[in-house]
Design a protein around this ligand. Structure first.
Ligand SMILES: [Zn+2]
Length: 143
C-alpha cells in the first residue's frame, strides 16, 4: 500500500478534505464540528496517540501567529522610527480575530497529513463500521 505524497495530502488538507482518501467534508460536519473518523475511509483522528490535538494546536499557532508577526515586523520596519501603532492595531486586530476561526479545521487536517507521514497507517487506525461491508483486514487504499 502506497501512502499519498506529503504535497498531495497537504493539498487535500488545506481544502478540509481527508489527507488520506481526499474525501470531501470527511471529518467535519460544520466549520467547528468534527467527527472521530473520516466519513469516507474511516481513518481516525487519533491513531493510538494521546497528543493529536497538541500537534493541531501547534499548526494553528503557526497559521495565526506567523502572518501577524510578519505583518507587525513589516509595518514596524516601514514606519520606523515613528511606528504607526493605531493604524497597525486597526489593521491587525481584525486579522487576529479571523485567522484562528479560519485556521481551526485546517490545523487538524494539516497536522494529520504530517502525522500520516511520521506514523504509517495500520488497519486498526480505521473505523471498520465506516467501510462498506463492515470488517476489513487491510486499510483502504488512498485515492
Ligand atoms: Zn478519508
Amino acid at each position: 500500500m502506497t501512502r499519498p505524497s506529503l504535497a498531495r495530502m497537504l493539498s487535500r488538507a488545506v481544502r478540509r478534505r481527508c489527507p488520506w482518501c481526499g474525501g470531501r467534508r470527511a471529518f467535519f460536519t460544520g466549520w467547528f464540528a468534527k467527527v472521530a473518523h473520516c466519513r469516507s475511509c474511516g481513518l481516525r483522528w487519533r491513531r493510538g496517540d494521546v497528543g493529536f490535538e497538541l500537534g493541531a494546536a501547534a499548526v494553528a499557532a503557526i497559521m495565526t501567529l506567523g502572518p501577524l508577526v510578519l505583518a507587525l515586523g513589516v509595518i514596524m520596519a516601514l514606519t520606523w522610527p515613528d511606528i504607526a501603532v493605531v493604524p497597525m492595531l486597526v489593521a491587525l486586530v481584525p486579522v487576529a480575530l479571523v485567522l484562528p476561526v479560519v485556521a481551526y479545521p485546517l490545523s487538524y487536517t494539516i497536522w494529520q497529513a504530517f502525522d500520516l507521514v511520521a506514523r504509517p497507517v495500520r488497519p486498526e487506525d480505521f473505523d471498520a463500521e465506516t467501510i462498506v461491508g463492515g470488517a476489513f483486514d487491510h486499510p483502504p487504499r488512498p485515492s
